[in-house]
Ligand binder design. Sequence first.
Ligand code: HEC
Ligand code: HEC
Length: 306
Amino acid sequence: MTDRLGSFCNAAQQLAALPRAVRPPPIAGHDSADLAPARWRSGRGHRSRPAGLALAALALIPMMAVAEPPSAAAGAEDPAAIAQAEYDAVMTLEPDVDNGRRVYLTCAVCHLPEAWGSIDGTYPQIAGQLRTVIIKQLADFRAGNRDNPLMYPFSVPTILGGKQELADVAAYVAQLPMTPHNGLGPGTDLALGEQLYEEHCLDCHGVDGEGDVREHIPALAGQHYAYLMRQFDQIRDGARRNADSKMSQEIQNFTPAEQSAVLDYSARLRPPADKLAPDGWTNPDFPSFVRDAAGIRARPPMPQVP
Ligand code: HEC
Ligand code: HEC
């Protein structure tokens, strides 16, 4: 809880910065000027802090504590069916990327303004992930079709918003440039990794790990190795409910060495150059984001993965 409180103090600061963060410039289609690091630095300073917004953030704390995902055992409708219905509905909407940026402010507390997550795999890189994958995963989290105690409370309609906001934030995240320095594995078994990838993964995840937007299959290229390892474990062991059943079967007999090799290879697959951020890039859309409040690096809470 202490960690969560710390995170929410940070969240309150981020929310307080909202009126500045949502100002122009528009973000659609990142031109080179938008990528200049000087842009966000010039906007530093935290003069405007409407108490209302900070209080709104604090009001999230009890909600975090009590929010429980809907239980399939409650005899309710199948979570997968609920998520699928929401996915279908969201896909008919026209996304508003600029509003997505506003919605993304709460997400930035954990996924950081760049949406690059953490190399240790606690938080996935979501920048540049396929839009349909982001929509599917958010719909799954909030329907209780994928479990994560940290993501769940932030996926619910009272925090994230309705279908339109889901469409908007997914479009915003999908167009963010990816980190050129994602977490990698040991690099010792890449020939084996390549061979396994071609035999067992390529058909679905694509020759360059680019995923499949129509089938909402995640891109693996450029994702943190440690995150891939954790998801692979959960998918193989049946802990990730939205797992693809064909994939689960495909990976049942992987040894730990084979798993590491194929995921190291996957993490090293390079996204197209135009999807990668230049070295040292910071997201100019969040000029007031407090990265180092009071000299202590703001750290989001650690997930308790079963
Ligand atoms: C409290 C921290 C936290 C916040 C806030 C948060 N997330 Fe997450 N998110 C996580 C964690 C942790 C995971 C990894 C879950 C797992 O390991 O299964 C995750 C996973 C995801 C994934 C799945 C990625 C993948 O490839 O599997 C998406 C998409 C996502 N988050 C989007 C969002 C969006 C959009 C928001 C804001 C509405 C948000 N998150 C807010 C912690 C957070
Ligand atoms: C039959 C198609 C199929 C095959 C084969 C397959 N996958 Fe997947 N994989 C999927 C789908 C679909 C998902 C997303 C499921 C969902 O909706 O959550 C996924 C998800 C994943 C994830 C989680 C990614 C994330 O961002 O959350 C990882 C890691 C992964 N696959 C790795 C692999 C590897 C490595 C192989 C080969 C050894 C492989 N997959 C083979 C279809 C497949």
